[in-house]
Ligand binder design. Structure first.
Ligand code: F6P
Length: 363
């Protein structure tokens, strides 16, 4: 008699829009094509796998969740020692506990949905002997091996909307506004939302800025009769002076700074240089909330169903992605090997410069 196919699902790391659409894609497709499938949803990311805290998911659990934000399974961030281990607060290796749950449930495969960090930690699970398929989710779009991730476009929509709304108040008051967007150390989100909303200056980690160049751009606009400026700032934006520091030195600069985020530091330096009234808006986790945009619903559904297809074919150790519009699968060890930063010669950067957007590196 044929044994049941048993699949676990984990959503790990920061949540984002489209996770439920992806869970639905995996579940519906498995129930449609695989006889005797059993699906176990781990609660709160790896925590569920570590503690054996899971939900046996029935077909009905995958209905009605396409448009829901967040993740029905919950998520958490686990401490990860790069390339080595997933550990608890005392530094104990949690792999034995995760293997125990995996083996006790007799899983054929674990589908792990996560961002950059989760791809890296999922590789450890694979190295420990689990059959792993990952899906790339993050608003940061910084996962290597895929052109885009689900969650990203929804966050671009929100970032764009925030800047659109800031425009009228900035223009009414003749103020400089900095809108700080997420993205960790990559500038994808800020660049896209900045172009979409017609930001005047975009500051991203990949192009270190000087405050003098930013001030010169603001003043040039002023001279041309534009008495307000909108600056889209990536949370990971870095000054040219700080960019040459070691990671440790940069951490110290941050710790010693009286400003809570980079935008507040830029705002205070800019106000001092230009004399223009300056304000900061930080939409924060709002960028990760709410329903996925239609693009992300489609992408997450494609990724989820592609994962189910890999399970049917018993192909593991892969991350599903999209390259040049085609759904692909790439070796997890490649996807986990590096972070996808924005290349400084990316055509979108030139597009932005072509419409007179400044990057704080030149005027
Ligand atoms: O990786 C997604 C992300 O939203 C980043 O853009 C941001 O830097 C970080 O997570 C915030 O993390 P947390 O939700 O743990 O505050």
């Amino acid at each position: 008699m044929r044994r049941n196919t048993r699949v676990g699902i984990v959503t790990s790391g920061g949540d984002c829009q489209g996770l439920n659409a992806a869970i639905r894609g995996v579940g519906k497709s498995l129930f449609k094509y695989v006889d005797n499938v059993e699906i176990f949803g781990m609660y709160d990311g790896y925590r569920g796998l570590i503690e054996g805290d899971y939900k046996f998911m029935e077909s009905k659990d995958f209905s009605g969740i396409l448009t829901e934000g967040g993740t029905i399974l919950g998520t958490s961030r686990q401490r990860y020692i790069p390339g080595k281990a997933i550990v608890d607060d005392e530094g104990n290796d949690l792999m034995p506990a995760m293997l125990d749950t995996y083996n006790r449930l007799n899983l054929d495969c674990l589908v792990v949905m996560g961002g950059n960090g989760t791809q890296k930690s999922a590789k450890l699970l694979m190295d420990a002997g689990m059959n792993i398929i990952t899906l790339p989710k993050t608003i940061d779009n910084d996962i290597y091996g895929t052109d885009t991730t689900f969650g990203f476009q929804s966050a671009v929509d929100i970032g764009t909307n925030v800047i659109d709304y800031i425009h009228s108040t900035a223009s009414s008051h003749g103020r400089v506004f900095l809108v700080e967007l997420m993205g960790r150390d990559a500038g994808w989100l800020t660049l896209n939302a900045g172009i979409a909303s017609g930001a005047d200056i975009i500051l991203i980690p990949e192009i270190p800025y000087t405050i003098e160049a930013v001030a010169a751009a603001v003043e040039q606009r002023y001279r041309h009769g534009k008495h307000f400026s909108i600056i889209a700032v990536a949370e990971g934006a870095v000054s040219a002076t700080d960019a040459v520091l070691s990671e440790e030195e940069r951490r110290k600069v941050k710790e010693q700074s009286k400003h809570s985020t980079i935008s507040y530091r830029i705002a205070s330096e800019l106000e001092a240089l230009t004399g223009q009234e300056t304000r900061v808006t930080v939409p924060g986790h709002y960028q990760r909330g709410g329903p996925p945009c239609p693009y992300d619903r489609v992408l997450a559904t494609q990724f989820g169903t592609a994962a189910a297809m890999l399970i049917r074919e018993k192909r593991y150790g892969l991350m599903v992605g999209v390259q040049k519009g085609e759904i692909v699968s790439v070796p997890l060890e490649d996807a986990a090997s590096r972070t996808k930063f924005l290349p400084v010669d990316h055509p979108l950067i030139q597009t932005a410069r072509d419409v007179e957007i400044y990057f704080g590196d030149e005027v």
